[in-house]
Design a protein around this ligand. Structure first.
Ligand code: BGC
Length: 500
């Protein structure tokens, strides 16, 4: 028995697997750049909320508490107010991602991306000019709406436009741009941290990635599937010719898309109801489990904790931020590794390898911290050991970068039939945001109380998700979207749900 695996299909099964054209590459790079705004926000907000002038202006109580407290290395940033501020974006994003399901189905994937970009742009402008907490929060809610829309529409866009054989590689572009956004934001924070109005610049500069992706999106066509679904057959033919190449016969692919869209239209049911049908149970489980597990890898915790750790062991402010930049660059390079191998080795291999790698590193970090800083976390860690922790965190970040980072956007966007694809992606983004929200609400307190044990908590989740993938995730590499039902029909567990 091929447990969880999918032995029957190794390559594309469609006759129109499509070759890589310059046009499809450019289109997908432009679309993937939507990841910039999400990444920029992740990178900027962590840094801005540690800037003194920002805290003084908006959250003076946090500074007072920090000055009074004699804390260990795990409790420095344990502030509920700040956490709620940062995570307000995720609640707004969650709501927007659910609305986006209807929006991508009615106005198309591309227009939803444009809409998300514009909303984010407005939020960035308000935040940059914020005079009080109300403006700050309003801006943040708009940013949340923006990423809710783009994170829902972009992965679907990429999966629908990419040639099936290279869908994985093209889709990783989204995570790559998230990574670029994070690194760019870290560098900007590095430059602005020392100025009293630096936070304003950091927040306001979010208009740049928003403008880049919005303008870019205006220049690309919507996906052929989305155009067909909206009755624009001629435009779909044109879009397909554009991405598959002028000399490529697109008629069979077009017919296949039309067939899928007709089937979808026949069953004219609310997609949020359809998705709960028994035959879509495996899809639904994946769209919930994958983003949930992605957050439980602990990536945001590691990213947040790295600068704090290095600062607290006397590396100084600058080197703490440099540590964050190093982690970001390692992460970026590893996403490229994923781009290169995801359609060769498959998704399952990367998920499992990355999961094991992250597990080992987190156990390693926990052991080093326990041994060096003591059970209470008050002993000084030597520079040598701090570097060892940085190395472990880099190996961890590379594991995430070629597995759960990009693949958590890829899987939900490629497993659903067209009629519930936007709905599935919406659920997935909502779960991602909800889990990020809950973890960010709890993790600083958790770090403060469980100390190095926090890393063991995440290590255990990494072990669990690796076993989950081994048992339950079928291989989807190379399969055209419209033939994806095959992978469930052949799966040792899921076939009982999808076959009658
Ligand atoms: C995750 C984010 C994370 C980012 C790191 C994304 O895929 O959803 O939570 O911060 O990767 O680059």
């Amino acid at each position: 028995m091929a447990v969880g695996g999918f032995s029957g299909v190794d390559g594309p099964v469609g006759s129109f697997s499509g070759k890589i054209t310059l046009s499809v590459v450019i289109t997908c790079i432009v679309a993937a750049s939507s990841g910039l705004i999400f990444g920029y926000d992740i990178g900027i907000s962590g840094g801005v909320t540690t800037m003194q002038p920002f805290l003084q202006k908006f959250f003076p109580a946090v500074l007072r508490k920090a000055a009074e407290a004699k804390t260990n290395i795990y409790c420095i940033y344990d502030s509920q107010v700040l956490t709620s501020f940062t995570s307000s974006l995720y609640i707004a994003g969650l709501a927007a991602s659910l609305v986006a399901s209807r929006l991508t189905a009615t106005v198309g994937r591309r227009n939803t991306m444009v809409f998300g970009g514009l909303t984010f742009l407005a939020g960035a402008a308000i935040n940059g000019g914020a005079a009080n907490v109300a403006m700050l929060i309003l801006g943040r809610i708009l940013l949340g709406f923006g990423v809710g829309f783009t994170n829902q529409a972009t992965p679907v866009y990429l999966s629908e436009v990419a040639p099936p054989k290279w869908r994985g590689a093209f889709n990783t572009g989204f995570q790559f741009f998230i990574g670029i956004g994070v690194v760019a934001a870290n560098c900007i924070n590095f430059g602005t941290a020392k100025r009293s109005w630096g936070w304003r610049l950091s927040l306001g500069l979010a208009v740049v990635p928003a403008a880049i992706m919005t303008i870019g999106a205006l220049f690309i066509l919507d996906t052929p599937s989305s155009l067909i679904q909206r009755g624009k057959v001629e435009q779909a033919r044109h879009a397909l010719r554009k991405v598959r190449g002028k000399d490529c016969d697109v008629e069979s692919e077009l017919a296949e898309l039309k067939k899928a869209s007709d089937v979808a239209k026949e069953a004219d049911q609310e997609p949020f109801v359809t998705i709960f049908e028994r035959q879509y149970r495996p899809h639904l489980v994946m769209s919930i489990a994958i983003p949930f597990f992605q957050q439980l890898t602990g990536i945001n915790i590691i990213a947040f904790y790295a600068p704090v750790l290095f600062q607290s062991v006397g590396f100084g402010n600058d080197s703490a931020l440099i540590a964050a930049i190093i982690l970001g660059l390692v992460n970026l390079a590893s996403i490229l590794v994923s781009t290169g191998v995801v359609d060769r080795f498959g998704r399952r291999f990367l998920f499992m390898e990355g999961g094991i790698q992250m597990f080992v590193c987190q156990v390693g970090v926990a052991v080093v911290l326990a041994v060096t800083t003591g059970v209470s976390g008050t002993k000084e860690i030597s520079k040598g050991y701090a570097i060892l922790v940085l190395v472990l965190m880099c190996i961890y970040a590379s594991g995430f970068g070629w597995s759960w980072g990009p693949l958590s956007w890829l899987i939900p966007s490629e497993i659903f039939p067209i009629k519930i694809r936007p709905t599935g992606q919406s659920i997935s983004v909502a779960v991602n945001f909800a889990t990020t929200f809950v973890l960010s609400q709890t993790f600083l307190t958790m770090l403060c109380h469980f100390k190095y044990g926090t890393f063991l908590f995440y290590a255990a989740w990494n072990a669990l998700m690796t076993i989950f993938v081994a048992l339950f995730l079928p291989e989807t590499k190379g399969i055209p979207l419209d033939s994806m039902n095959l992978v469930w029909e052949k799966h040792w567990y899921w076939r009982r749900f999808v076959c009658g």
